[in-house]
Ligand binder design. Structure first.
Ligand SMILES: Cc1ncc(COP(=O)(O)O)c(C=O)c1O
Length: 356
C-alpha cells in the first residue's frame, strides 16, 4: 500500500483506454506546434532580448506587479499592444491559461450569466469554476443557442449581465466563431463579449491583429491575445476598456498573487508585435502552405477543418481515424511528421489527428 495508490490506479485506468499522456522529445517535422509563423526561433526576437539584457532589463521580475515586479518593459508592451490591436488598454499575464482563469473568475459578478461555447478552452472553464456568476454552455457556433440561453435565463428571473464567451478560431476544429452576430446578441441583451483570440492572433486580420480587430475598442468587448502561439514567445494580453484593466489589477487573484512575467519576455513580445506588422510575408507564406497542404492531402482523406458555413482556412487540418490507439499509431513521427491525436470533447465522436 502506498499513499499514491489512487493515483497509480488512475494512471492504469488511463493506460487501459490508451489515454495516458507522456512527455516526448521533439522529433520529426513540426506539424503539431502552435508556432504558426516560426517566430519561436526568430533572430529578430533573439536580438531584441540580447539588446534588452544589454540595456539592463532583468530576467526575473522579483515579485507581483503590485509589489516590486512592475517593470517598464511590461508597461511598454501593454501600451504598444493596446495601440497595435486598437484597444483602450492591455494587461500582460504570464500565460493565456492564467489570463483566462483571471478573466472568468473576476469579471462576471454574482447574478450574472456566462454563456460559453460548448467547445471553449479548458482555461475558461477553470475561471468559471472559480467565478461568482452562473454559466451555461451553448451549442458550438450556434448563435440562436446563445441568445436562447440568455432569454431562458431572463425568463427564469436572471437580472444580472450576460457574458458571451467564445474563441474566434477553434484550434481543434479549425472553424471560426460568427463574431458579427454574437456582438449583436451581446448588444441586444446589454451583455459583454469575451473573445479568445489565441489561435487567430498573428495569423488573421490586418497585420495579424486577429479576427476580432473590428470589434476592438468597443466598450462591451474584451479580447485575449496569447503570445505563445503565432507570436512565438510567452504570456497573454487582455485587451479592453481601461476599467477592465484596472479591475483585474485590483481583483484578479491570478494577477495579484503571482510573480510578474519575466521582463525579458515582455521585450520579446514587443519585438514580436513589430514583426507582425513588418513581415507580412510570413502570413502570406503560411496561408500558401495551408492551401498547398489542403490540395496535397485531400486525396489521402485529410480534410481541412471547419464547418462549411464558417470555414477558417486555418492552419489546422484534421483526419478522423477511429479509435485512439489507431490514431496514436498514425500520429506517430515515424514518417517524419509530428502530428498529434486528440479526442473531441464528446464521447463517441472518435479521435482525430490534428496537423498544424
Ligand atoms: C483557446 C486557447 N486559450 C487559451 C490558451 C492558453 O494559453 P497559454 O498556452 O498561453 O497558457 C490556449 C492554449 O492552448 C488556447 O488554445
Amino acid at each position: 500500500m502506498s499513499v499514491f495508490d489512487p493515483h497509480r490506479n488512475d494512471l492504469a485506468a488511463l493506460d487501459a483506454i490508451a489515454r495516458r499522456r507522456v512527455l516526448i522529445e521533439r522529433q520529426g517535422k513540426d506539424f503539431s506546434s502552435n508556432d504558426y509563423l516560426a517566430l519561436g526561433r526568430s533572430r529578430r526576437i533573439a536580438a531584441a532580448v540580447s539588446d534588452a539584457i544589454a540595456r539592463g532589463v532583468p530576467i526575473g521580475s522579483g515579485g507581483s506587479r503590485l509589489l516590486r515586479g512592475n517593470d517598464p518593459e511590461h508597461e511598454m508592451l501593454e501600451a504598444e499592444a493596446a495601440a497595435f490591436f486598437g484597444a483602450e488598454t492591455a494587461l500582460y499575464f504570464s500565460t493565456g491559461y492564467a489570463a483566462n482563469a483571471a478573466l472568468f473568475a473576476t469579471l462576471p459578478q454574482r447574478g450574472d450569466l456566462v454563456v460559453h461555447d460548448a467547445l471553449i478552452h479548458a482555461s475558461a472553464h477553470e475561471g468559471m469554476r472559480l467565478g461568482r456568476g452562473d454559466s451555461v454552455a451553448a451549442a458550438h457556433n450556434d448563435v440562436t443557442a446563445f441568445e436562447d440561453a440568455i432569454l431562458a435565463w431572463r425568463r427564469g428571473g436572471g437580472r444580472g449581465r450576460p457574458w458571451i464567451a467564445v474563441e474566434s478560431l477553434y484550434s481543434m476544429d479549425g472553424d471560426r466563431a460568427p463574431l458579427d452576430e454574437l456582438v449583436a446578441v451581446a448588444q441586444r441583451h446589454d451583455g459583454v463579449l469575451l473573445i479568445d483570440e489565441a489561435h487567430a492572433t498573428g495569423v488573421f486580420g490586418a497585420d495579424g491583429r486577429g479576427l476580432a480587430g473590428a470589434f476592438e475598442g468597443r466598450p462591451d468587448v474584451v479580447t485575449l491575445r496569447t503570445c505563445g502561439k503565432a507570436m512565438g514567445c510567452e504570456g497573454a494580453l487582455v485587451c479592453g476598456p481601461a476599467v477592465v484593466r484596472d479591475f483585474l489589477i485590483n481583483r484578479a487573484r491570478a494577477f495579484i498573487f503571482s510573480t510578474a512575467p519575466s521582463p525579458l519576455m515582455a521585450s520579446a513580445a514587443r519585438e514580436s508585435l513589430r514583426i507582425l506588422a513588418d513581415e507580412p510575408d510570413r502570413r502570406t507564406a503560411l496561408h500558401a502552405l495551408v492551401t498547398h497542404a489542403e490540395h496535397a492531402l485531400a486525396p489521402h482523406g485529410v480534410t481541412p477543418t471547419g464547418r462549411r458555413s464558417c470555414r477558417s482556412s486555418s492552419a489546422t487540418m484534421r483526419r478522423r481515424c477511429g479509435s485512439r490507439p489507431r490514431c496514436r499509431r498514425r500520429g506517430s513521427t515515424s514518417a517524419g511528421f509530428a502530428r498529434r491525436p486528440y479526442r473531441r470533447g464528446r464521447r463517441g465522436s472518435g479521435s482525430r489527428l490534428r496537423s498544424t
